[in-house]
Write a protein of this length. Structure first.
Length: 319
């Protein structure tokens, strides 16, 4: 721990690690900007760091890290979409009287898309800072395109991009308007910390690090079930089973080709009719499965070694 300038409040070591990750994300985004050609594209980002017995899970975008521990599974990162970050994005749009929107978009959210024939009538809406709803008289400026539209995976910023955090997209502009979208995007990650010694870990406990190509069609629960089934046997080697686990997850998302359409597995075993088969993922699919237990063992061994060295030094202090 470190003292602050006043010498009274402690700064935890983990806070320094979190700060380092946050700064690394910011610098990476700047590096992408400097090296990109013609504005370049963009990407989401995930980081899993094991340090001093703590797991740090950082994420920016709609890729996801999921912890699979025993019979449970839970997300360690947040999906950053225009829907989940609507308030933040719309708040930026309202700054300086909407200067960033160039007069094409409105930061207001309406209960339903307002129509010209409704001008002068009372409609439900909310400002960027609001969580509830209220009424206003509909005016011509309210008919502008919504800054954030759609819901869930169909939500978009300026009708263009469906993710609000990550790297790149510095040259991205809204179609037909030329309005820059980058000011509404962020490279700031959200970070969770887990102390590994607080969990009763086994070699079958892992984290799944994957793009939305997996998570769009495979739930956290289903992913955990698939991984536990693959890791259940004691043979072959753990490394091989981890690789097979990642491959099984990719296969679950990709599905199988039926006719000209890729389909997922039926939700019920007796549903073999094509119309009951869910659509498979049409997005890029990247999956990594990382074991946790070896890092906990490594940390415990380090603590044991440090304690032994400390005891040795105490015994050999000159009188």
């Amino acid at each position: 721990m470190l003292l602050n300038d006043n010498g009274d409040n402690f700064i935890r070591g983990r806070d320094l690690v979190i700060g380092a990750i946050e700064m690394a994300y910011r610098q990476m985004d700047q590096l992408v900007e400097h090296q990109a050609q013609n504005g370049g594209g963009g990407c989401t980002a995930l980081t899993v760091l094991f340090l001093n017995g703590i797991l740090y899970a950082a994420g920016a975008g709609d890729s996801r890290t999921v912890l699979v521990h025993g019979d449970d599974q839970r997300a360690l990162t947040t999906d950053h979409t225009p829907d989940s970050e609507s308030n933040r994005v719309r708040a930026l749009g309202s700054l300086k009287d909407g200067e960033l929107l160039k007069g094409y978009f409105t930061p207001l959210e309406f209960r339903k898309r307002p129509l010209e024939k409704e001008l002068g009538s009372m409609v439900l809406y909310r400002e960027p800072y609001m969580t509830g709803w209220t009424y206003k008289v509909l005016t011509h400026p309210d008919l502008k395109l919504p800054l954030v539209s759609g819901h869930g995976k169909r939500s978009r910023v300026m009708g263009t991009i469906g993710v609000t955090r990550g790297f790149g997209d510095h040259g991205l502009k809204a179609a037909s308007t030329g309005v820059s979208i980058k000011p509404f995007l962020s490279s700031q990650p959200e970070i969770q910390c887990l102390r590994l010694d607080e969990y009763k870990l086994t070699e079958r406990d892992c984290v799944i690090i994957a793009t939305d190509g997996l998570w769009d069609v495979v739930s956290n629960k289903d992913a955990g079930t698939i991984l536990r089934k693959t890791l259940a046997p004691d043979t072959p080697s753990l490394e091989y089973r981890l690789t097979m686990g990642a491959q099984e997850l990719v296969q679950a998302a990709r599905g199988r080709l039926i006719g000209r359409i890729w389909r997922g597995k039926p939700e019920k075993v007796d549903e073999n009719d094509d119309e009951y088969l869910p659509m498979a993922s049409v997005d890029d699919i990247s999956v990594m499965v990382v074991p946790i237990y070896p890092y906990l063992c490594e940390h415990r061994q380090w603590l044991k070694t440090m304690q032994q060295e400390k005891m040795y030094l105490l015994k050999n202090v000159p009188e």
